[in-house]
Design a protein around this ligand. Structure first.
Ligand code: G3H
Ligand code: ZN
Length: 285
């Protein structure tokens, strides 16, 4: 069934586990994430990023409608989240398109501008009954962004600043920069667990890990134990899908039916989803 992101994250945080949130781009992503969650017998979040909307000719609804129907028919709880939103126009489409939550992304801006933009987004979101996540400190590595120096001060979330930011903005959850980077194609990130512990102690909202594709299983498990309640994964699905399709086409150069290779790609994504949920999540009650 279709449920809200707020309830899944709250439940995960209460159980010291995390809900996995996967970025969907194609219908195959939608089907693979739902099937992977059903196979793990655990709840999941389907998230659509602003970049994915741009890829879909700027239209949110076709993919959103598919995700809503897939969620309604799933045997496990599934929520819809609008991810990395910078555009006010897109933000305002969230509720009508079936999303129960949004991530408002102004982390690239100086603190005061991030806070002001986030606070306005929170006011609007809460008036709509939406759960809202924002980011302080920069995870970096998003497509279209200049590369970030992983050791620059802005590349980590400061606990005292985070406490003030959450308090002054009213966000429901905070994405924190603790060493992960978006779009990594190797699982070699090491997280700053000491910083995570301090963030967790300073904040009373659930914490979100972005760029989780580059984080190895043992680091993910430790992050969840340290207070991460939502784990965002995108690139890992593209690695699985593209790798499987590349291998299939190399072995079958005569193939023309797109279903043949899309089903192989979908299978590979589904296995990746199940594996990540087993690492960070819990069985559905
Ligand atoms: O918000 C989406 C995630 O942070 C995805 O990051 O593609 O590096 O897994 P990733
Ligand atoms: Zn992200």
């Amino acid at each position: 069934p279709l449920v809200t992101t707020g309830e899944l994250v709250t439940q995960a945080a209460a159980e010291h586990s995390a809900v996995a949130a996967f970025n969907i781009i194609t219908l195959e992503h939608v089907e693979a994430v739902v099937a992977g969650a059903e196979s793990a017998e655990a709840p999941v979040v389907l998230q659509v990023s602003e970049n994915a909307v741009k890829f879909r000719y700027g239209r949110l609804l076709p993919l959103a409608r598919a995700a809503v129907v897939a969620a309604e028919r799933a045997s496990v709880p599934v929520a819809l989240h609008l991810d990395h939103v910078q555009s006010d126009d897109l933000l305002r489409q969230a509720a009508d398109a079936g999303f129960s939550s949004v991530m408002y992304d102004a982390a690239r801006l100086p603190y005061d501008q991030n806070l002001a933009g986030t606070r306005a987004a929170v006011d609007w979101a809460h008036a709509q009954g939406l759960w809202i996540e924002a980011e302080l400190g920069q995870v970096g590595g998003k497509s279209g962004e200049p590369p970030l120096d992983a050791h620059a001060p802005g590349a980590r979330t400061d606990p005292a600043a985070a406490r003030a930011f959450v308090c002054d903005s009213g966000v429901n959850a905070l994405a924190v920069a603790i060493g992960s980077t978006h779009a990594m194609t190797t699982r070699t990130a090491t997280l700053d667990h000491d910083l995570l512990k301090r963030l967790s102690a300073s904040l009373d909202v659930p914490l979100v890990l972005h760029g989780s594709s580059g984080v190895p299983d043992h680091e993910l498990a430790a992050a969840v134990a340290g207070g991460i309640a939502k784990v965002n994964v995108g690139t890992a699905l593209n690695i699985a899908m593209t790798g499987a399709i590349r291998d299939f086409l190399a072995a079958h150069p005569e193939a023309v039916d797109s279903r043949k290779y899309l089903s192989v790609g979908r299978e590979a994504m589904m296995r990746a989803v199940t594996g990540i949920i087993r690492t960070v999540g819990r069985p559905a009650a």
